[in-house]
Write a protein that binds this ligand. Sequence first.
Ligand SMILES: N[C@@H](CCC(=O)N[C@@H](CS)C(=O)NCC(=O)O)C(=O)O
Length: 341
Amino acid sequence: MRKATGLAAALALTTSFSVISSAQAASTLESVQERGYLQCGVNTGLPGFSSPDDKGNWKGMDVDTCRAVAAATLGDADKVKFIPLTAKERFTALQSGEIDVLSRNTTWTLTRDSSLGLNFAGVNYYDGQGFLVSKNLGVKSALELDGATVCIQAGTTSELNLADYFRQHKMEYQPVVFDTSDQTISGFEAGRCDMLTSDQSQLYALRIKLKKPDSAMVLPEVISKEPLGPVVRQGDDQWFNIVKWSLFAQLNAEEMGLTSANIDSQKKSDNPAVGRFIGKEGIKGKGLGLADDWAYQIVKQVGNYGEIFERNVGEGSPLKIARGINALWNQGGIQYAPPIR
Ligand SMILES: N[C@@H](CCC(=O)N[C@@H](CS)C(=O)NCC(=O)O)C(=O)O
């Protein structure tokens, strides 16, 4: 037999090293369970989606997505370390492994889902980009905004959508770019721009931060599709599935009428679909590598999708956003989850 020399030997060595290292590399689930808590990347402060309350407890739809994943993987929704990230920082934090999942009002686009090495696990809120203007400006439509100065945040989908919209309508604008939403809304309040553009839900969230929320209004135009959802790194299908099914469990629970308040009493139900959901029968947790009660823990500790929506951004919140397209598919909306079976 010929002895491998030079390049061939080096190649053989590299190959065997990479085989060993990939066999030894812990999966995301293993790392989370060994560490004992989930590292979740969230917004620095966006009411309804992710912001700390007076006592420093993180609250919001995106925060609840993190809590659901912790309930499913660790059996405890409180075992989450929230890592606040700006729009510009968020993808690097995920790529570098600083966080296990990014849950930060992030729009699913082709570029982000492919060339960044990331995977979107689903949509926890269907949004669209809009405009916030001061009522003093006296405009009723975005089409009256030719020549406007626009407050906008760097590293967001909002930048390209704005450019496309103004170009398409042959209008001019001057962007005034900020790094965080606090700076953007302060800039707007200080009169640095005629209008602020962002996802519509965020406009409502930012408006309540103004000293006089009634002095500003959201224009009727919605200029883009912004499906917002949690993101994971490519290359760990099990983790991708766990985050994806943590969302689907919330939607299935709402569809089945399972709530945080009634799920315990459903343990005795002879409905087979309920039995599968709470882990009494069927595939149980095995397919995901989780405990059999993973979906039960999500609903018990965090709630179904409707409960999560209402308390954070709906009627039970200062934002009072209607369910709209975020209603379930059988209630006039487009939220739809594959079945747990
Ligand atoms: N959904 C859009 C926009 C997301 C975004 O970051 N929006 C800003 C606009 S207000 C924001 O949430 N900023 C909060 C912050 O960085 O503190 C995207 O994924 O690019």
